[in-house]
Each structure stands twice: as C-alpha cells, then as structure tokens.
Design a protein around this ligand. Structure first.
Ligand SMILES: Cc1ncc(C[n+]2csc(CCOP(=O)(O)OP(=O)(O)O)c2C)c(N)n1
Length: 974
C-alpha cells in the first residue's frame, strides 16, 4: 500500500447527482459575475476551476495540489483500489455529517436508546487507520484546518465535532447553501470555540443564581409547586445569550412563549421580574395544595421586561444614544403549546409597518420570537405543527423563530417511549427543514455555542432554528410529586448525578479560572440577596403594603358615530371600481363588481359584500389598519368578497383597497393555511400586540371554529380577566340552517353565549348589510380603547345574496348599529299585538320572507298580522335589555313572547335568552320556544328534512292558532 498518491485533490470529485448540477449552476453564475456567488464558492472556483463529474475528472489531468502531502500530478484513474478507499472515506465523512448526532454524547443520564451507528465507523467500509492516513485530508474534507493533513486525522476531528456534547442534525435541510453553511459552522470549530474568561465567569455566576433561586424557593416555600428548572438550568443562560445576540442584531422586541417548566426562573432572571414579587405571590397562594398541576400563583402571567435592566444587552448605536430592546414573556394558559401561535402573531405585529396603504411591510430584524417547548408537548400537541407551518407563509412568517425544547425526557409521569413514535422529541421540525442541534444540558459552553449558531442562522437566513437541550428533571412533575412511584430506577440514577453548576465549577477550577474563596463569596452574596428580598416581602406583608392586580374594570358602552357621508361613500365606491392601467379583470367577476357602481344611487341597494368593502375602505380612510386572514379569505367561502383580483391574461393580482386614494393605512388580506387554532391564535396575538389594528379572522364555515376552541376559551374569552390582556379581534363565523348538513350549519352560537360574561365580548347575528357596515366600523372605532373587546359575528351564507338583507345607501350614510331591529310593517296597532316574536339572524329573514309572501298561517287570505310583532335581536351579547324592555312595554295585551330559532333547543340562543326574556315578560304573558327539538347533532343531513322542519317552525311562529291560549306549549322538550 502506497502512503502517498499522485491524485487530484479537487473537491469536485465529491459532487455528483443533484449536487453536481447545483454546483455547476453556481459556477455559471460565477462566470457571469463572480461577486454574485457566496465567497466560499468563489474561492473554490478560483482555486479549482470549473466543477466536473467524477468520470471526466478521472480522465483528465488533475491540477496542481497546493495543500497536504500529495503535491504532485497524476491521474486518478491510475489506482482504482485507492480511488475506492477515497470514495468510501468520503462516504464516511458524509455519514458523520448527517448521522453523527446519533452517536453524540449529549444525554446527561445516558437514557437514550442505543442506536446503530455502524455507518459512522471506518471498519464498516473496510477502511483501516493506515488507509485513511494515506488519504490527504483535503480530499475528503475540503476545508480541513491546516493542522489536519490526512484522512485519519480528518475523521477523528469530524467525529469529535459531530459526536460530543452537540449533535448536529442538518441532513434534512434541502437548501444546499444553507446545509453547507451549517456544516461549515459546526466544523469551523464554532462548537469548540472557547468563551472568554469574563464570559465563563459570568456564565458560572448565572448558573449559581439559577440554582440558588430554585433551592431558596424550595426551602422558603416548602410544599409549594414551582416547576423547577433544575436539570435544564442552562435554559436561563441560553436565553440571556439569545437576548444579547438578538439585541445586538437590532431587534427592538423579543417575544417569548413558554409553559410552566422553569418559568419562574426565566421570569426573574431573564425578564427582570423582582424576586420580591415572586415571593409575595408564593406567600399569598390561597390554597397551597390546590394549585393546579402546572399552574401556580403568578406562573401563567407574562411579564414584560426590558433589557436595560439586563447586563450586556444594550446596543449602542452611537455615543450617547441607546436602542432599547423590549423582551416580553407571553401570558400562558395551562394548555401546553397553545401560546406558540400567539407569540408568532405578537412578533409579526411588531415587525409590520402598517402606516401606509398596501400590504404592511415587515422588518424581520425588528422583532424575533423565542419559543420554549416541553419534549412531550412538542411531539404530542398538534398546535406545534400548525404553528411551525407559518414559517414561510407570506402573511405569517417572521424571519425565524428560535425554538428550545427543554427536554427532560419525561412528560408528567409518561416516558418518551409512551409519548412519541419518533426518535427525537424534535423530529417534527425536520419536516419544516428547521436545523436542529441536540445539546447536553450538562455542557454549558456547548449550550451557548448552540445558541450562537441559532442566532447567526436566523440573522443570515431569516428562518427558524431548534435547539433540543437534553437534560433531566430533578424533581417530580412538580415538587410535591414523588417521581419514584413511577420512575424508580431513573430517579435513583439521577439522585447521584452532579448538578450542572458543580460540573461547570469544576471545569473552571481545573482551568484555574475561579477559586473556592471567590465561589463561596459569590454564593453567599446571592443567598443574602434572596433572603433580603424575602424579609422585605414579610415586612410589607405586616404593614399591609402588598397590592393586587386589578382586572375587574368593566367596560362602558358609549355612542359611536359610524355613519359615513353619502358623498364620501360615493367617491370611495367609484375609486374601488377602478383598476390599474392595463389590468384585466376576469369578465364574469367584473360584471358582478360593476353592479356595485350605482348601488349608492337613489333606489339602489348595497349588498353584504359591498357593505363589507365599503366598511373596510372607510376604516382605512380613517387611518386604521386592517388585517383579515382565514381560509380563502381573499375571495371568501361564498365568493362575496373578491378583494384580490386576478388578471386572466397576465396572472397579476390587484387589491383595490391598496390603491384607494382615500386609504391612509395598510390593508392585509391573506388566505391562511388550513388551520383554525394556530391561525386564530396568531391573529389574536397580532391584535394584542397591535391593538390599533382591526384584526379579523374568518372561519371557512362557523363550526370549524371549534378546532380552535382552546384559543377561544383560554385567550379570547378569558384573556382580559385573567391577564388584563385586551383584544378587539373579530371572528366571522358563517352560520345558518340551509340544509347543508350537520357540519356546515352551526357556528355553535350557544358556546359563545355560554362564555359571555363581564362584557368579555360582543356576540352578534345580523340581518342587514348596513348593520354589518356599522358594526365593523364600531369595532374599528373601539380598537385600542378601554372599550376594546372581541366581536363574534354569526356571518351569513345564503343571506349574502338575499335582497331582504341588502340596504339603502341611506342606511350607511345615516344611523348607527341597532342592537335590536324591528320588523317593518308590524306592530303598528300596539293594543292588538298578542304575540311578540324575538329571534336573531337568518330565521328572521325566513319569517320576513314568509310574511312578505303571505303564504303561511290562517292569515293567508286576510293578511292581518296585527296580532303579531317581530323583533330581531341583532346583538345577543351584551344583551340589549333596554331595547327589548321598551319593545315589550309598547304592547299592553301581549299573550306571549316567543323565541324562534332555527337551531335545536339545546343549541342556538335559547338557553341564554330564556331567562333574560322571562325576567322581562309581563306577568300574564307566556314565554315560549319555537325551534328544533333538542338534538345531539346540530342539523339534519337531509335537505328535505331540513325543509320540513324549517317550514314547521315558520308555520307555527306565524300561525295565530298556535297562540298560548289556544294551543299547548311548544317548548320543544321531548
Ligand atoms: C393541552 C394540555 N394537556 C395536558 C396538560 C397536563 N400536563 C401538564 S404538564 C404535562 C406534561 C408535559 O410534559 P413536557 O411537555 O415534557 O414538559 P415538562 O413538564 O416535562 O417540562 C401535562 C400532560 C396540559 N397542561 N395541557
């Protein structure tokens, strides 16, 4: 066996298949303009000339070798056996790069299942040490450091890089330039780059603080749950580093989301929540035993800190001027991972410039999201995948979220083998091509290296990065659990495992960077600080100084003028129907849109779609930005909107609201990914962070909103009372019984009404285009005020095109939103009215249609409806009691008040409305229900059954013969 070979060291031999194609494309680019290609490629082309296939390469004379031992010239084809060894060594390198993480020593307790790592071993390829020593290093590792001369040393070095505390998992990244960059970062010694002495001392001091805080809480508040960070203590220094790096890159906002584990430690050390505040929350825990499994007093509250309190995170722009970076930790419900889309929404809102017409313009550098996950929750909760899917979507991307899985190898009492089918907790992220680093929580410097890589990657590629920090959980799920009941062996093993702070102390001591005396001094100072803060809390307690957050502020309604002068509406309407020079509007659509041109003229009618567009346009003219997102929202499920026009000739798009001369703010409309929970969560977060924006989320059909129930229950409904977190988000939920079956009829109105209390939101079910116009404008007017609250609209389906729903233009240019609308033409002889029908939404239009046709009931001949009046409750919550009371009071001879609904009795508004009507019904009048009977499924699957049932409801409602005195009560009960 020869030890030296005259062969080419050109790196092109290792490019084949798609990689060769790619490098050839880069070369062509280079020939056109060398500066257009990455400097590393430029260097390679300058050094090695054009890339060529192995076949051609073996046939040609190799160029002169300038690096390594084999600085001579020959042809590769000279020694096929040697060539095979080189190729195999190349495969080995590729395997180490791709699969080295499987052999990494990054599992502190050694709990990982053993994996077959034979692909990483030379013997698998029949390569001996001598074989490898004979191969020049640069043949198999193009950028091997100068000091590494041969293949053996190269492999040793690569093994060390890829299989120690850091496991790099990049093989799933399809973008070649990114993967090369990532591997180069790993191989450039980044991972082994030592921290400075100051950095190391600061890191140790931080770990001491982290640990002392937990042990102090344990001692001072024995028996209370804190969801200790211990076992993954490095989370705090890692977040410190992320803040420093992102602030250095110019981020003005860092938006963080996390669950219970380590939250108190993060709140105090990263967000600057004072020790005293946390101690006082523990002190006031009302029933220490009953704190929920992952809750604790104050644990779900967020905190907005500011890095001006945080050493090293300032960014000096120029002398005397400082840019501040605000870091926020989102309020978090117990529901694991559901905060993710909310934080993504915060972040995008912090990046978007909404001040000009058109789409808002994001600045990805202005804000960054950091999400901290649990290993069981990341693998198990579907919301994680839904949120990762935002990564590259125009309306939702944010230039890269940094994810950290705090991987303690267990979820409550469930081990990984029972909680996921994947090898790693992080595997889901691979589908989204997110680079992943698995790092040992016991190696502080490796953790910091992972963070630096994540930040650099985000900075360079504006994409997500994931760090899977593998540690353990020192206590049970919480500190009152005995984990040995369920994981005896694991916890016996762990009991003897040294804490990370001790491991790192020893590292620094062995390098002579810290002394025992200095360590003792630091620890004593930390303990004294903690004790002093606790003493202060106790003193304040004695003096009654501790205040509580007030979340009880009730909202007051006030009159808001939402009418828009007729001239202004006409001019806006005309401008909305102008297209850019040369833009062709799809013929069929153009005809539909052009019908809007005279809708504002005398005798014209504004339909639902036009009312919506005019509402949007006038809100933009008032200077208020709008964001609308949902499935197919550009066109809308029922094609009433068409706010993005598509040129059938060129494929170009045009949104008339973007070029509207009157607009003074951005208008964002996005077709969302097919998700409800994540998109609603995102839009909620967007709205909370940009309260001045009218943010609208639209469901494809209203009932699909129940896929987002957690966001509705945990954030929208309760966010203000739980966290003083206000939102004015609008939910448009198509609702209405039209025979489409169980799944497309009901937006589950009853759920929104059962959650309604303390003025938490507005729930409306409308029957006119003008009402929609005014309600949207009213909602826009209350954004960013004390009045702000979500608006839930049961949106129409067939009613969109119903002429009874269209409005005169006067109804837009005058008046305002009416919480209750009375049926025109009824109730004029007040003394004759015996039945008052109250109803809401589409059934009111069905009744009006029947009245108009005069074909129902015994009055068909005479058309005498004097015994009847109908009022539509357009705003169900807050209940317009004054309006309803005034109507009832007008009719002295009422025999009954009837609630008519199209939904089953156990659904719709009946259960909500019944006590409200009863409380206001005159003593001698009955309160009745007419609607579908109780059902377990919201609607029938058969059109003919639907028609029959609907007909029955209308007939009974409009039939004088069914009056209470004449008929038995029809309350729908079985
Ligand atoms: C949606 C949801 N389901 C169930 C729970 C109850 N729960 C709280 S913590 C926990 C285990 C979480 O494990 P992991 O994600 O690994 O985080 P760790 O507690 O280990 O840090 C469970 C099941 C919850 N909080 N949220």
């Amino acid at each position: 066996m020869k030890t030296e070979h005259d062969i080419s060291q050109s790196p092109w031999h290792f490019y084949y298949g798609p990689n060769l194609g790619y490098i050839q494309e880069v070369y062509e680019q280079y020939l056109k303009n060398p500066d257009d290609v990455d400097s590393s490629y430029k260097e390679l082309f300058q050094r090695w000339g054009p890339p060529s296939s192995p076949a051609s390469a073996s046939a040609v004379q190799a160029s002169s070798v300038t690096n390594g031992a084999a600085a001579v010239q020959t042809t590769i084809s000279a020694d096929p056996a040697f060539l095979k060894k080189v190729v195999d060594a190349g495969k080995l390198v590729r395997n180490i790069r791709t699969y080295g993480h499987l052999a990494a020593q990054n599992d502190p307790l050694g709990l990982s299942n053993s994996t077959d790592t034979s692909l990483l071993k030379p013997e698998t390829f029949q390569l001996t040490r001598e074989d490898l020593k004979a191969i020049p290093a640069s043949l198999i590792w193009e950028e091997a450091p100068e000091s590494i001369q041969n293949g053996w040393d190269a492999l040793q070095k690569l093994q060390e890089t890829y299989t120690q505390s850091l496991g790099f998992e990049f093989g799933h990244i399809h973008e070649e330039n990114e993967r090369i960059w990532l591997n180069r970062q790993a191989e450039s010694g980044m991972a082994a780059k030592p921290l400075s002495v100051t950095e190391r001392t600061a890191l140790l001091n931080r770990l001491i603080e982290v640990e002392q805080f937990e042990t102090f809480l344990q001692r001072a508040f024995l028996g209370q749950k804190r969801f200790s960070i211990e076992g993954n203590d490095m989370l705090v220094p890692m977040l410190d580093e992320i803040v420093r790096e992102l602030a250095h890159d110019g981020a003005r906002h860092i938006l963080m989301g996390m669950a219970h584990r380590g939250r108190l430690n993060v709140l105090t050390h990263v967000l600057g929540k004072p020790y005293g505040t946390i101690f006082s929350e523990f002190h006031h825990a009302p029933n220490k035993d009953l704190i929920p499994s992952e809750g604790s007093i104050g644990i779900s509250f967020g905190w907005t800190g500011d890095v001006k309190y945080h050493l090293g995170a300032h960014r000096s722009v120029k002398a005397g001027e400082t840019v501040e970076t605000r870091i926020s930790l989102a309020n978090n419900p117990s529901h694991l991972e559901y905060v993710n889309p909310v934080v993504e929404g915060f972040t995008r809102a912090a990046q978007d410039d909404r001040s000009k017409p058109g789409y808002p313009v994001p600045d990805f550098g202005a804000a960054a999201a950091v999400l901290i996950h649990g290993d069981a929750a990341f693998a198990g909760e579907g919301i994680v995948a839904e949120s990762l899917n935002f990564k590259k979507l125009q309306g939702y991307e944010n230039g890269g979220t940094i994810h950290i899985i705090v991987n303690n190898r267990i979820g409550f009492t469930t081990e990984s083998s029972d909680s996921r089918s994947t090898h790693y907790a992080s595997d889901l992220a691979k589908g989204y091509e997110i680079p992943i680093v698995h790092v040992s929580a016991d190696d502080p410097e490796a953790c910091i290296a992972a963070v630096r890589m994540a930040c650099e990657y985000r900075h360079k590629f504006h994409k997500d990065f994931l760090i899977d920090m593998i540690g353990y959980r020192r206590y049970g799920h919480n500190e009152t659990d005995d984990p040995e009941t369920t994981q005896p062996l694991l916890y016996q093993k762990q009991r003897n495992h040294p804490r990370v702070v001790s491991i790192y102390e020893n590292v620094l001591k062995s390098k002579g960077l810290i002394t025992d005396e200095k360590l003792e001094e630091t620890k004593q100072a930390g303990l004294s600080r903690l004790q002093a803060e606790l003493d202060l809390v106790k003193d304040n307690e004695k003096q009654g100084k501790i205040g509580r957050m007030d979340t009880s502020a009730r909202l007051r309604s006030k009159e808001i003028n939402t009418a828009v002068p007729h001239d202004k509406l006409r001019s806006i309407n005309a401008n909305l129907l102008k297209w850019p020079e040369g833009f062709t509007v799809y013929g069929k659509l153009e005809r539909i849109l052009m019908r809007r041109s005279d809708a504002l003229d005398e005798g014209g009618k504004v339909d639902w779609g036009q009312a919506e567009t005019l509402a949007f346009a006038t809100i933009l003219a008032d200077g208020k930005p709008i964001r609308l997102s949902g499935q197919d929202s550009e066109r809308a499920t029922f094609a009433h909107r068409n706010l993005v026009l598509h040129d059938p000739v060129t494929g170009a798009t045009h949104c008339p609201l973007h070029t509207l001369p009157e607009a003074r703010a951005s208008f964002a409309v996005y077709n969302s990914p097919l998700s409800e929970a994540a998109v609603l969560g995102f839009d909620y977060g967007y709205n909370v962070h940009s309260p001045e924006t009218l943010v609208i989320w639209e469901a494809q059909y209203g009932d699909f909103a129940n896929a987002a129930q957690v966001i509705i229950d945990q954030f929208l409904s309760a966010g203000r009372v739980k966290w003083s977190q206000n939102s004015s988000l609008v939910m448009l939920l198509p609702h209405g019984y039209e025979g489409q079956g169980p799944e497309h009829s009901s937006a589950r109105l009853e759920r929104f009404l059962s959650l309604a209390a303390e003025d938490n939101w507005t729930v409306a079910n409308l029957t006119s285009a003008a009402q929609y116009f005014h309600l949207l404008r009213r909602q826009a007017a209350i954004t960013n005020t004390e009045e702000a609250r979500p608006l839930i609209v049961m949106a129409p389906k067939s009613l969109i095109r119903n002429s009874l729903v269209a409005s005169d233009s006067k109804a837009l240019s005058e008046g305002a939103f009416q919480p209750v609308l009375e049926q025109p033409g009824l109730g004029s002889s007040a003394r004759k009215v015996e039945r008052l029908i109250l109803c809401s939404g589409k059934i009111a239009i069905d009744l009006a249609t029947a009245l108009e046709a005069g074909k129902d009931g015994e009055n068909a001949e005479t058309k005498d409806w004097s015994w009847l009046h109908i009022a539509r409750v357009e705003q169900l919550y807050p209940f317009p009691k004054g309006d309803v009371e005034r109507i009832i009071a007008r009719f002295p001879n009422l025999k009954e008040i009837v609630w008519v609904q199209e939904e089953p009795q156990n659904m719709g508004a009946w259960n909500y409305i019944e006590p409200r009507i009863r409380a206001r019904a005159p003593r001698k009048s009955a309160v009745r229900y007419i609607g579908l009977p109780k059902r377990s499924s919201p609607a029938s699957g058969f059109q003919y059954i639907h028609n029959m049932e609907q007909q029955r409801i209308i007939s009974v409602a409009l039939n004088r013969g069914t009056l209470t005195v004449n008929a038995k009560e029809d309350n729908g009960d079985e």
